[in-house]
Design a protein around this ligand. Structure first.
Ligand code: IMP
Ligand code: MG
Length: 433
């Protein structure tokens, strides 16, 4: 087998998350031997289908419903053990029991405990207008512990003494913040939290392993690995719209630090892009439609957060932003989703550039630190996409009319091909061009 055939693949969201990554991974998983989550935690919400049953995955990799796939939770992930158990129980109730052969958790995952979780929620509540709009799952404070070199790791869960030692020293500081700064009255006692985590450790023990060895083995046996990004490039801690970002590297960099890539490397990076743009939480959004059109997209696309149920802000597809995401994550091809939603709009637009308000200068790419309030998105109107065009796509893989204009406009602007188009929620509602 040539080197190219053995190389691995990364799939990332090119916007602010919720591009429909779970569905694409679910569809592609059969071509891979392993699917790896490398960052984020249960702030993610990946919707997949078990037959007709809709399942929202938060921590489990989206290859978990595909037979024969090894699903890996890499050490870059922040793991909330109770949330993982709950997710596995939900699948069990649907007749789907996850075995240690199917799921491998790195001992290096950072554990989300009650103190981190409470801190995330209390901080957000106290921020008022200045809040980030986090998912409230404890992601930020847990990554802070990791960087501060005092975090609890998944492997520590196997030893109650270790849990106690780590939480005890953390608790010295966290306790002051929770009790004194935030006046929190229902903080669990240290002994309670240690006991709760130790019990979780017992349940998770069969799944905790050296995931690097597992991935090496997959490669040695000729298998390919699919890395599954959570959130999107614009929420990347370093490349995103800071400070309105998540606390991990969602893009290409995060794979290497949080997932481990065996020697054959990654040669294919699929960027998932929704046919319009959405964002949950606060922060810059140049193509946002704060009007009836945005409300229509929200309604037609059922744009509610899969984790928090919040309404997503909506706007047109933003090509300057997409160009930036492609550049910073080395994306080699695009998978376009929710074209069926855009096709229900009577009026369709695409942002092709920004105009700097102060200078009148045209910008054709987003840049790090861009303040969206200093630019005006330049919208190119397009003809509405018709049901007939979608049908020709679905049945004959043919691009015609307004749909063809739309796809060609995207690839001409960003210089990489659109290789997949998804036109409905089902796994089958996808053509690979
Ligand atoms: P955190 O990740 O909970 O700290 O939230 C930080 C920001 O990332 C907020 O704007 C969240 O709405 C956003 N965010 C986190 N996870 C997701 C996701 O899976 N989809 C979309 N937005 C997300
Ligand atoms: Mg989501």
């Amino acid at each position: 087998m040539s080197q190219t055939q053995l190389s691995h693949t990364l799939l990332v969201g090119t916007q602010w998350g919720d591009e429909g990554k779970g569905k694409i991974v679910d569809r592609l998983a059969g071509d891979f031997k392993a699917v790896v989550r490398y960052q984020g935690g249960n702030n993610a919400g990946h919707t997949v289908y078990l037959g007709q049953q809709k399942v929202v995955l938060h921590l489990l990799p989206s290859g978990v419903l595909t037979a024969g796939v090894v699903n890996v939770i890499g050490h870059g992930v922040v793991l909330e053990p109770a949330a993982l158990m709950e997710e596995m129980d939900k699948l069990k109730a649907l007749g789907y029991t996850i075995t240690p052969a199917q799921l491998k958790i790195s001992g290096g995952c950072t554990i989300i405990h009650r103190y981190g979780l409470m801190l995330d929620q209390l901080r957000e509540q106290s921020q008022g207008q200045a809040k980030i709009g986090t998912t409230g799952k404890g992601i930020g404070p847990t990554y802070e512990d990791r960087v501060a070199r005092r975090a609890l790791k998944a492997r520590d869960l196997l030893d109650p003494k270790k849990i106690e030692k780590i939480l005890d020293s953390l608790w010295q500081e966290r306790g002051i913040l929770l009790h004194q700064l935030y006046q929190c009255r229902d903080v669990p006692r240290l002994s309670e939290e240690v006991a709760r985590l130790a019990k979780m450790g017992e349940q998770l023990a069969p799944f905790i392993t050296d995931t690097m060895d597992e991935l090496d083995l997959v490669q040695q046996q000729g298998g390919r690995i699919l890395y599954e990004g959570a959130q999107g490039v614009m929420l990347d801690l370093d490349y995103g719209t800071y400070p309105y970002v998540t606390s991990s590297n969602t893009g290409l960099g995060g794979v290497y630090t949080g997932g481990y890539v065996p020697s054959q490397g990654i040669n294919r990076v699929i960027g998932v892009v929704k046919a319009y743009t959405t964002r949950v939480g606060e922060g810059a959004f140049p193509s946002e439609l704060d009007n009836e059109l945005g409300a229509k997209l929200q309604e037609l696309g059922h744009e509610f957060g899969a984790t928090t149920g919040r309404k997503r802000r909506c706007g047109w597809l933003d090509l300057p932003q997409l160009k930036y995401a492609i550049k910073v994550s080395g994306i080699t091809e695009l998978a376009l989703t929710k074209i069926d939603v855009l096709a229900q709009m009577q009026q369709v637009g695409v942002v092709t550039s920004y105009k700097e308000l102060a200078t009148g200068k045209k910008l054709d790419r987003f840049y790090l630190g861009l303040d969206a309030s200093t630019v005006e998105a330049q919208v190119e109107p397009l003809a509405p996409i018709t049901a007939q065009e979608l049908e020709l796509l679905a049945k004959e893989k043919k691009l015609t009319g307004a749909l063809k204009v739309f796809i060609n406009l995207i690839s001409a602007h960003v210089n990489i091909p659109v290789k997949m188009i998804s036109f409905g929620p089902g796994k089958e509602d996808l053509v690979i061009l």
